[in-house]
Ligand binder design. Sequence first.
Ligand code: MN3
Length: 198
Amino acid sequence: MSFTLPELKYDYNALEPHFDARTMEIHHSKHHAGYTNNLNNAIKGTEFEGQSIETILQTPNLPAVIRNNGGGYYNHCLFWDVLSPAPNNGSDETISLIEKNFGSCDAMKEQFSKAAMTRFGSGWAWLCVKNGELSICSTPNQDNPLMDSGCGGTPILCLDVWEHAYYLNYQNRRADYINAFWNLVNWSVVDSRLKACL
Ligand code: MN3
């Protein structure tokens, strides 16, 4: 049994003008496919073969090749899932937890955007659930909150801030890419992921 590159629920051009088709195609069919293949090759014949991706990522002191490619596999699966060409609003339950933990939805977005903006080099920004509360963090490279270095929460929303995610369309303007992301969030997926953690 091995990991499979998930098919997107939308076309490569469906997220335009916010995320352009060429970036989406390269990001999914080259980068994410690469992480998936490298992960499968790295776990072949090891104790990790047949384990869930969550179990693998929660293993302390993972070999670097499994950490990097396993993170790359998992992080992009979540990323594609929380994007939508027809963005929607969060449920009343999600919104009231955001308001409880951050003061307002705008304050949450501001804190998340800041985490994404201030991540030096390549990495990710995350909205996580831990003990029924929401929190925001960022991780370097393809690390994620599930790993031994992570916040220990379960991620329910993420943003890729590697340059490969935005450079063709936004060049050095990471802030514009982050702002564009908020036009694409599939909050009903975030709602379900949150519900599963409560
Ligand atoms: Mn990426």
